[in-house]
Design a protein around this ligand. Structure first.
Ligand code: M6R
Length: 590
């Protein structure tokens, strides 16, 4: 959802440093990009539409500069174009801004500024910011910046440089992530840690309403509402550079699918936190899960699992929760917010509102130090490591692992299952990574299936109970990276309408674990086959073969072949799985 970067220091190849930082933020948006560096009393802006790889010649120029800001965009206001690409400047090109988020009152501000003679060039919401700074400037960049920021409604992480004061970058945050990287004689700003790890491991995480004055040798953080200094602790980035690289894989998505066995192992590390949080959750009559996209499907799997143990809960999409479920939240509720990034606006706002209403709030989050981890009462870290591909894969596995453990522990706390069964199931989870490895070893078969079906323009995914979310996740993956229409249904629902869409050769992917519902699944498969559908089973003996596993753990194992299938279909259609059109990894706007 746009990535921003900034550098100030002793090195004079700022545009190159910034370009490389942007490469690590490109997952946040990739429809256009730009860099602004101060050099010889001019702000040199180079920007254009397109992915970074297409822009290297245009924006990675040889400017000698030791301060600059940069941006990679996911368009919200104004189509992707050269004009709308960031950075944006004021009329006289004295101030330059990059921004992630949405300025909700930009129309009002624009009208006001135009009446005062400001000339706008783009159709972005962001452009009001440099013009506001220009309007407020009376010789003090920081004062003008703060006055401008105070006029903004909406969400923002932004950075600004000025020709009038080239010794600092000013950066501010409200509801969009922003991190300062602390170096020796140099400092950085970035939307996320992957952009920083090649330069420093020491970071400061800005909170809402913070702004930072970032100079070569100092970083000062203040509150832009009160103007008071804010004491910030620095944190260490604890994952290594390799984890954010492709390490020989053709794409991040493939690498991350191959990391799925580790994702289970890593999530298991948080067993103590899980037990502790389960004991709190068990005390609440109403348990809600809130999440978006893939994280929502993980949450939905937990809801089904809890129901198996006779415990009721609800899994609600963040974008719906905020305008419906929130009305019934009070101190008697427990809410579990699930998010890979911990920055998804739809999930984050729900979490904040639930907390304000007195609910107990737990998180299941991958990115340490993200906004959600700082809002929740307790967090379960899934330790999946950086997930770079836009399509979430290993994080889903980590989330499902944590949620299965959590559901089992809540069931134990409520005396719905015995201690022995709990131990047995936890041991079973430990055996899952080796089973996922076996699925991955069958990649050739999955490639062949993808080859056979890559030309199809519709797919159905069906599953029941805890594998209905598996069907949803399989279908989402193929939609988002292969641009093929895919529908997921609870298998029993086919006959209530979607069956009308089935005809000769339409692929139906049926998730059939070996449990007491397998006969029912087979009846649904027969219904589909009777209409000419081509059924591909994910099962112990199926087209996508999976090893024997306790059916309650099947959501963990049965999704890997479908992740790989979606990846291979995408490759065979000649598309880029890491950067699907119209999408961004981290959706920090509502
Ligand atoms: O970072 P989050 O887990 O909160 O992200 C939620 C969704 O935006 C995300 O899962 C999205 O659906 C993925 N692109 C799915 O692959």
């Amino acid at each position: 959802m746009c990535g921003i970067a900034g550098y100030i220091g002793e090195r004079e190849n700022t545009s190159e440093i910034l370009f490389n930082m942007l490469k690590h933020l490109e997952y946040r948006g990739y429809d256009s990009a730009g860099i602004a560096c101060i050099s010889d009393d001019v702000i040199c802006v180079s920007k254009d539409q397109g992915k970074l790889s297409e822009l290297e010649d245009k924006i990675n120029s040889d400017i000698v500069s030791d301060v600059g800001i940069a941006h990679t965009r996911w368009a919200t206001h104004g189509e992707p174009s050269h004009i709308n690409a960031h950075p944006h400047t004021d009329c006289e090109e004295n101030f330059c801004v990059v921004h992630n988020g949405i300025i909700e009152n930009h129309m009002t501000l624009r009208d006001e500024l135009e009446k005062k003679g400001h000339r706008f060039t783009s159709s972005t919401d962001t452009e009001v910011i440099p013009h506001l700074i220009e309007e407020f400037y009376e010789g003090d960049f920081e004062q003008a910046f703060v006055s401008a920021v105070k006029r903004l409604c909406g969400s923002f992480a932004l950075a600004a440089v000025s020709l009038r004061d080239g010794d600092r970058i000013l950066a501010a945050r409200k509801e969009s992530p922003l991190i300062i990287g602390l170096g020796e004689g140099e400092n950085f700003i970035a939307s996320d840690t992957p952009a920083l790890i090649h330069h420093t491991r020491d970071i400061i995480i800005l909170d809402d309403f913070n702004y930072a004055v970032v100079c070569r040798d100092s970083v000062e953080v203040k509150d832009f509402q009160s103007g008071e200094c804010v004491k910030k602790k620095s944190h260490k980035i604890d994952w290594d550079v390799k984890q954010a690289e492709k390490e020989g894989f053709e794409h991040f998505m493939l690498k991350e699918i191959y990391e799925e066995p580790h994702a289970v192992k890593n999530a298991l590390k948080a067993q103590d936190e899980v037990c502790e949080i389960a004991s709190k959750l068990a005390g609440y009559g109403r348990i809600y899960f809130v999440a978006c996209g893939t994280a929502y499907y993980a949450a939905l799997a937990a809801k089904y699992l809890l129901e198996r143990f006779g415990i009721s809960s609800e899994a609600i999409l963040g974008s719906e929760f905020r305008y419906s479920t929130i009305n019934s939240i009070d101190k008697d509720c427990a809410v579990v917010a699930v998010s890979q990034s911990g920055e998804t606006a739809d999930t984050l706002v729900c979490a904040k509102e639930c907390k304000m209403k007195g609910a107990y709030l737990a998180g299941i989050v991958n990115v340490a130090g993200s906004s959600l981890t700082r809002v929740v009462d307790d967090n379960i870290h899934i330790y999946a490591g950086p997930e770079i591909a836009v399509a979430s894969t290993k994080a889903y596995i980590g989330q499902v692992t944590s949620l299965i453990m959590l559901s089992l522990c809540v069931a134990r706390e409520r005396d719905k299952i015995g201690e022995e069964y709990l131990r047995e199931m936890l041991d079973n989870i430990h055996s899952v990574p080796a089973k996922i490895e076996k699925v991955l070893a069958g990649e050739e078969e999955i490639w062949k299936l993808a080859e056979k079906h890559s030309g199809k323009n519709i797919f159905f995914y069906i599953g029941r109970r805890q594998n209905y979310p598996t069907a949803l996740e399989g279908a989402l993956k193929i939609k988002e990276i292969s641009y093929v229409h895919a529908e997921a249904y609870p298998a029993g629902e086919l006959k209530h309408g979607p069956l009308a869409l089935l005809e000769e050769g339409v692929p139906v992917i049926a998730i059939v674990p070996n449990d007491e519902l397998s006969d029912k699944m087979e009846s649904n498969v027969a219904e589909a086959e009777a209409r000419g559908a081509l059924v591909l089973r994910v099962s112990e003996e199926g087209d996508f073969r999976v090893p024997i596993v306790d059916p309650l753990l099947s959501p963990l194992l049965y999704i890997t072949p479908l992740h790989l299938f979606a990846y291979y279909i995408c490759i065979q259609r000649g598309l880029d799985p890491d950067k699907p059109r119209n999408l961004a990894k981290s959706v920090t706007v509502e």
